[in-house]
Design a protein around this ligand. Structure first.
Ligand SMILES: [Fe+2]
Length: 297
């Protein structure tokens, strides 16, 4: 056999050897492991040429489905559990170096609907005026892991509407809704109004939807509101609050649910709300305190 007659056994070595000149150590490690695992996979499943071509076409279609409002690759990563694995590893790494009284708020997936640059909102504002759904009052505090309040912490909040539809999914010119950035007061408190989020199916009209269907899986996420909570000198956390009695809490299609993030939504009759707002119809309340770990250094 000459060097130009690679076989099923020798090919992997040959490809790995091409990385010897790579100067970026971490990148060389990532690529070597990727090549090794991909080759192992191809050998293990005895991949057929038509299956390989179907996989390439699937990835091509996934890329072609992305645009400025739709992120099919994040959806693919989410539904294969890779996003949640990366989140869990990051959190495990952070908590290993932490010696706090209470752990920081657990993180979960960012998902494909984050939109940078949500408008600044005042505490107590309704971030979902005119958005379909039942009103909900959100309140709580942001503290450090020792329980000390953090003033001026930023909550970057977003959710779908009461029917589970995100602004980015609506046809026509892009317009933000049910999004906002709020800052905690001197006592670390936050409060705002939005809607009670509904469960929703992930987009099923693209290649990821076809994959989910073919796998025989359910396509729904339980009701949740997203937020990135950040403050100077602290590790930001990208997380959700899940509605306690929502369907699909046990079968979230992106594996994002964590028990510590499930929050009871209590129904209140019409009348004066905790922040003094007069509510002409019944509404929901949800309370949650966020804890941020100190950043290293
Ligand atoms: Fe979501």
């Amino acid at each position: 056999m000459t060097a130009h007659e690679p076989t099923v056994q020798s090919l992997t070595k040959e490809v790995l050897a091409t990385l010897e000149g790579c100067k970026d150590e971490r990148f060389r490690f990532l690529m070597s492991e990727l090549i090794q695992h991909l080759h192992d996979y191809v050998r293990k499943v005895d991949l057929k040429p038509e299956e390989w071509m179907a996989a390439l076409q699937f990835l091509t279609a996934t890329g072609q489905t992305c645009d400025d409002k739709r992120q099919e690759f994040i959806l693919l990563s989410d539904t294969l559990g890779v996003s949640m694995m990366v989140v869990a590893l990051a959190q495990a790494r952070a908590s290993a170096s932490e010696r706090a009284a209470t752990p920081a708020t657990e993180a979960t997936v960012q998902g494909p609907y984050y939109w940078e640059g949500a408008p600044d909102r005042d505490l107590g504002e309704d971030i979902a005026v005119g958005v379909p759904g039942e009103p909900a009052f959100y309140a709580g505090r942001v503290t450090d892991t020792e329980g000390r309040p953090i003033a001026n912490a930023v909550l970057d909040v977003w959710s779908g509407d009461g029917e589970g539809v995100y602004d980015m999914q609506i046809e026509g010119p892009a317009q933000m809704r049910a999004r906002g950035r709020l800052r905690t007061d001197a006592q670390g408190r936050y409060w705002f109004w939005s809607i009670r989020p509904s469960y929703y199916p992930i987009p099923m009209d693209g290649p990821v939807g076809s994959m989910i269907e073919r796998m025989g899986r359910d396509c729904n996420r339980p009701g949740h509101i997203h937020m990135i909570v950040s403050a100077e000198g602290h590790v930001p956390v990208t997380t959700h609050l899940f509605v306690a009695d929502s369907p699909y809490l046990q079968t979230d299609v992106v594996f994002g649910v964590r028990d510590s993030l499930i929050v009871p939504f209590e129904q209140r009759p019409a009348g004066t709300a905790d922040d003094g707002r007069e509510m002409p119809r019944p509404y929901w309340t949800a309370h949650y305190d966020f804890r941020l770990a100190p950043s290293a250094g």
